[in-house]
Design a binder for this molecule. Structure first.
Ligand code: MG
Length: 198
């Protein structure tokens, strides 16, 4: 899959109406070994991927080397939760950011979920949801089920960017996003017991 990326910056056509780009480490899992042969799956990840694969084209975009990422992918994928593409930043130079404009998809239908705001270029911040990092040690983590609710709404929206802006302005993402950043200021949200469902 990664070789397809090396041949062209554009993904081949997809029959799915919307594309969900998912980060790997800290978002879907935590690597217990550097080769990712042993991972800690984020709570709820199996159901999350199955549910999202029904409504989105799934793309895994990671900064890990593609062969190591493939090790993790084999453990993540089960019937009904398949990713269409695996992209590794290691395959295309030093830029570790995830510029979804390069995918060759209609940007009104692309959502990126990542745990690292620094990897989201400012010009696509309205395509992104930055969630709290999972580091393998929190069995009560419920970020994926929280974000799935939002992603179901986005999948049927006309333009995910406008919808995300609106949800953010309305505070509907406060219990999901770690950072709210449409300018250059990175704001850490107040995670008190009332507004942070954990
Ligand atoms: Mg990450």
């Amino acid at each position: 899959m990664a070789s397809e990326w090396r041949a062209s910056p554009l993904l081949p056509p997809s029959s799915k109406p919307a594309t969900l780009v998912l980060d790997m480490d800290g978002t879907l899992l935590w690597p217990l070994t550097s080769d990712r042969l042993h991972i800690s799956k984020r709570p709820g990840v199996d159901q999350f991927l199955k549910d999202m694969a029904d409504i989105y084209e799934l793309v895994l975009w990671t900064s890990a080397p593609s062969d190591y990422a493939a090790n993790a992918l084999r453990q993540l994928q089960c019937k009904g939760s398949e990713f269409s593409h695996l992209l590794s930043n290691m395959d295309f130079g030093a830029d570790l950011t995830k510029d979804v404009t390069k995918l060759g998809r209609d940007l009104s239908k692309v959502v990126l979920v990542d745990d690292d705001r620094d990897l989201v270029p400012d010009h696509v911040v309205d395509n992104a949801i930055v969630i709290e990092s999972y580091e393998g040690d929190n069995d009560d983590d419920c970020q994926l089920s929280n974000v799935a609710e939002i992603l179901r709404k986005l999948a049927v929206s006309k333009d995910v960017r406008g919808e995300l802006r609106k949800l953010r302005d309305d505070g509907a993402l406060d219990h999901i996003e770690v950072y709210s950043d449409s300018d250059d200021d990175v704001l850490e949200l107040d995670h008190n017991d009332d507004d942070f469902d954990k």
